[in-house]
Ligand binder design. Sequence first.
Ligand code: SIN
Length: 188
Amino acid sequence: MTANTIEHNRQRQQFVGVDSVWLFGYGSLIYKVDFPFLERRPASITGWTRRFWQGSHDHRGTVDAPGRVVTLVEQPGAECRGMAYRVSPSVFEHLDEREKNGYLRFTTTLTFDTNERAEGLVYIATRDNSAFLGPADDQSIARQIAGATGPSGPNREYLLRLAEALRALGDEDAHVFAIEKHLHRHLA
Ligand code: SIN
């Protein structure tokens, strides 16, 4: 699949007669809220885990020196904590543009902190997108992040702001925090 997913996403959910949709954010969508929302609530989804396995040529890196950003990979029993936003369907025009480098909208079940549940959407960059980089050891990921910058700013800012936002949500994400530790060592 080509990296630009705008057209793919337009075909996926049509939103006919729908007033609002829950969106689950687990990466930059937690801390960079450049879209209007009707309601925001911490939430989790199960069966997925956050990984710095997606390449970023458009936001946090370049074609020659891609950065790394998070996507979700399937892991039975895993829980991924993030932020849910109830948005008007028109917001997806902006979000599809923002998430166009490989991310597709999938439906998922969100669990709020009150244990209430709702159906929602989540952007996931799957292994078959051409910007997918896949696994590497934590130190190599940190080194790549330290050396990448794109139109949205340094890749390290993406990592540090995500780690900060996850702490604020009370999340213990061993993968993100281990890479953050290596980044600090690398920069020291
Ligand atoms: C998300 O935050 O939910 C998707 C990945 C990203 O934009 O960082």
